[in-house]
Design a protein around this ligand. Structure first.
Ligand SMILES: C[S@@+](CC[C@H](N)C(=O)[O-])C[C@H]1O[C@@H](n2cnc3c(N)ncnc32)[C@H](O)[C@@H]1O
Length: 317
């Protein structure tokens, strides 16, 4: 992992564990172990999000191309992960003879390395230019596209849900500054649905989500020389149908003091004290359209799966 990201990680851990209430960002879930544990989550029956979005990516490629027209374009993917759904779009775009460059962005160096290996094996001729880093740091390094090129930005995986609704609008307005009139944004939104279905997706009986979230403490141990005892922590999930927010917490099972060597600091946790580690915001289609308008985009179309669990919503700048 590049040391710059490591420094940011250390600073964010220090700030989050010093705050009240305590919090850590879900973007730090994804080290090599986290990437693997997330694969297990995507494969479990309760985690409907991946299958639902895959269904959408299997059919929306031609309609995206219709919106782009004949122009060359940059296909920019924010938080690409393993890019397993994006391959359907790439295959459609190649089959249609589209002129495009694939530019995935991910904060996980491991995820980008794995993705690059797969791209080289599957599409050796593809114009491909990945970036490792936080979304906006990476977007700053993208450079200007050619005058006649447009950008199609993908923001899949319901990553937008990791912001609350106000933060999401701030993020999307910031993203707008990197885009030009005519550019397109396709964002994956997990839709509001039966609360039991949502809760089960983040609270599976096999304990994959618990392992994944607890791995954040293991990562702090490994990368910041800390001594969290994982046996002393548990995963807790809630879903509030009023706000539409699913929230994940790590809860201390006992009083404890944890030393973080890299920070030269100790942190005391009272028994049953919680660290907030993830929000997964759910949206109605009406809320998505309102978010587009509030953030300066024109809503074009919702692409949903058959069961209407998930929407990839297309907006135009
Ligand atoms: C939930 S996974 C989704 C992966 C893939 N897009 C999918 O839909 O299956 C989230 C991915 O986004 C990346 N990510 C999360 N926060 C990020 C950030 N702030 N900047 C860049 N990448 C981020 C993670 O490393 C991870 O690979």
């Amino acid at each position: 992992m590049p040391s710059k990201i490591n420094n940011v990680f250390a600073e964010e851990v220090k700030a989050g564990l010093s705050a009240s209430p305590r919090h850590l960002s879900s973007k730090w879930f994804y080290d090599a172990t986290g990437d693997e544990l997330f694969q297990a989550i995507m494969a479990m029956p309760e985690y409907y999000l991946t299958d639902a979005e895959r269904e959408v990516y299997q059919y929306c490629g031609p309609e995206l191309l219709e919106n782009i027209g004949d122009r060359p374009f940059d296909l920019i993917e924010l938080g690409a992960g393993d890019g397993s759904k994006t391959r359907y779009l790439i295959n459609d775009f190649i089959a249609a003879g589209a002129n495009f460059t694939y530019r995935p962005i991910d904060i996980s160096a491991h995820a980008v390395e794995e993705l690059s290996r797969r791209v080289a094996a599957e599409w050796p001729q593809l114009d491909y230019s990945p970036l490792i880093g936080d979304y906006f740091a990476a977007l700053n390094n993208l450079g200007e596209p050619d005058d006649d090129a447009v950008r199609l930005v993908l923001f899949p995986g319901a990553n937008i849900g990791n912001f609350n609704q106000a933060e999401a609008s701030g993020f999307l307005r910031h993203l707008h500054q990197f885009l030009r009139p005519g550019d397109l944004l396709l964002t994956g939104f997990d839709l509001r649905k039966d609360p039991a279905v949502i809760l089960a997706a983040y609270n599976d009986p096999a304990g994959h989500t618990a392992d994944f979230n607890l791995n954040l403490l293991r990562r702090i141990n490994n990368e910041l020389k800390a001594d969290f005892d994982l046996q002393q922590w548990m995963h807790w999930e809630t879903y509030d149908p009023l706000s539409g927010a699913a929230r994940s917490y790590l809860v201390a099972r006992a009083d404890q003091t944890v030393a973080i060597g890299t920070l030269g600091k100790t942190f005391h946790f009272d028994a049953w004290e919680a660290i907030s580690v993830e929000v997964s915001q759910k949206y109605s289609r009406r809320e998505i359209e309102a978010l587009a308008e509030k953030s300066g985009y024109t809503h074009v179309q919702h692409f949903t799966d058959d069961r209407v669990l998930f929407s990839d919503s297309l907006w135009k700048v």
